[in-house]
Write a new protein. Structure first.
Length: 255
């Protein structure tokens, strides 16, 4: 039987890989790591140069985009294994982790694997399409700076913010349908988090009704009709609420 690539001595494989540029390593790392166990150990030692990770699953297949390289998977366990092999590096900070439409089974396996390894992901921006448990990915994200969520399923605000300590990231929440009463209740909850720095709510709101509602809840008028101020108790700080097109909450200090 003729020899195959599996018969290639590991030291020869390592020498070949040492000649590859970083771009080629990233392009072929997930092909090479799934050749055999000995290759995998070596490939998994490479510090990833990947900046963005995007995950989408539909029609029984999972698409994971690492930077500009797209990988199609038909087996969810292989997907999770490849993902974790990159996310496990504690000193690597990714620019963005995006989780779009996904199967619940894949998500469950991914979360269980992350929890079993007690992984913490260093990432600047997290983008989620929330329909259920994917909000749990936030507890594995270490101090993200920006959080963007399609929250059309109306996951409670408390379920989102409980994943953060004193530093809450800048948040953008998108809704497909939300009335003025609902958005008022969401904003009232957000205003209770005095360490919140910035939040934007995007969606079809009744802004005029919202403005009247939030004034009744303690907001103060300013010289600009669509800008309100909400004082933070025992502080020189306040929240500026803009409600002209979207609703934006930003923490500011009295000059």
């Amino acid at each position: 039987m003729p020899p195959t690539i599996n018969d290639l001595p590991v030291d020869i494989f390592e020498k070949i890989c040492s000649k590859l540029s970083g771009d080629y390593r990233e392009k072929y790392r997930f092909i090479l790591r799934n050749v055999c166990e000995s290759f995998r150990r070596h490939v998994d030692s490479w510090t990833p140069k990947i900046e963005e990770i995007s995950i989408v699953s539909n029609f029984g297949r999972i698409t994971v985009e690492f930077a500009s390289t797209e990988n199609l998977y038909g087996h969810k366990n292989l997907t999770v294994d490849d993902l974790v092999s990159v996310l496990k590096f504690p000193n690597v900070k990714f620019e963005k982790l995006e989780i779009g439409e996904k199967s619940e089974e894949f998500l469950e396996n991914f979360l269980l694997k992350m929890e079993s390894l007690n992984l913490k992901i260093q990432v600047e921006t997290v983008e989620l399409n929330v329909s259920g448990r994917e909000i749990d990915i936030l507890k594995f994200c270490e101090n993200p700076e920006v959080l963007k969520i399609d929250n059309s399923k109306k996951i409670p605000i408390e379920e989102i913010i409980k994943n953060f300590g004193r530093k809450i990231p800048k948040i953008t929440l998108k809704y497909q349908k939300l009335n003025a009463t609902e958005v008022t209740e969401i904003v009232k909850i957000l205003l209770q988090y005095h360490n919140l720095e910035y939040c934007r709510l995007r969606g079809p709101f009744g802004n005029e009704t919202f403005r009247r509602n939030i004034l009744k809840s303690g907001a103060k008028k300013t010289d600009t009709y669509w800008i309100l101020h909400f004082p933070i108790p025992d502080s020189m700080d306040f929240f500026e609420i803009q409600c002209q097109y979207h609703i934006t909450i930003q923490k500011k200090t009295t000059q």
